[in-house]
Design a protein around this ligand. Sequence first.
Ligand code: GDP
Length: 299
Amino acid sequence: MLENLTDRLSRVVKTMRGQARLTEANTAEMLREIRLALLEADVALPVVKSLLEQIKFKALGEEVIGSLSPGQALVGVVQRELAQVMAGDSNQSGELNLATQPPAVILMAGLQGAGKTTSVGKLAKWLQEKKKKKVLTVSCDVYRPAAIEQLETVTKQVGAEFFSSNVNQKPNDIATAALDWARRHYFDVVIVDTAGRLGIDEALMQEIKTLHANLNPIETLFVVDAMLGQDAVNTAKAFHEALPLTGVILTKLDGDSRGGAALSVRQVTGVPLKFIGVAEKMEGLEAFDAERMANRILG
Ligand code: GDP
């Protein structure tokens, strides 16, 4: 578990070799290095601070004292703590809640470019293949005709059904019509794609709130780009305040980001991380794994 640590943390472990126990002094030095390692992984500063408090508390407890290699033991404490924060109390990784009178509505939220439309396609594929569900997709992005076309393309690619919409319609009317269609044609799930802007936009937030109230989705998924790094926190906060989010999909983890956004978003919203995006293609969806993510953040 400890073989892929960053140089920084490997140094910490080495420095601690031969020291019989953790003292306030050597722990403080190590915690400084761990702080830097977390910041380098793009974990947001307030999140780093609160984590370090918890880690310090645990490190100075029994878990480390008496260990032959205090450095390694401390890094172990850090890894466990990160994994625990990201896993949360209820482990909903790789699952969607569909326990409702069909059609179950899934509402996608997030900034433009986060990977919403791509994730709709991936989820539709997953729902069909793994859960044997009949899936309808619909786009309420009336600002970008290309977004509607893109959803149609990915939907057809995975063999799900696409509900047509156009830029002259109102998002709420589209959603209502799609839901009605889904009911009458016995769809199990409707995935509703929404518009996003490059930054937080009041008008769009209001629009998605109205959509949420109208659709009463069982899942409201916040899609966020792992490459956003520190900025992921502010975006997550804004969406979390506007909507009762039920899950997070962290995309573009095939890039070289260390994944600190996973930790920040989970800590700030308390919403479970459900899936990760690991490729542009429709197969590129995986269940979120807290332990692997903790290793990635530290390593
Ligand atoms: P939207 O504006 O939120 O709907 O975002 P899109 O679904 O259009 O995605 C924006 C870009 O990111 C597209 O070029 C996607 O192919 C790409 N993308 C989405 N998810 C992933 C992912 O997990 N990995 C990679 N490498 N690219 C992704």
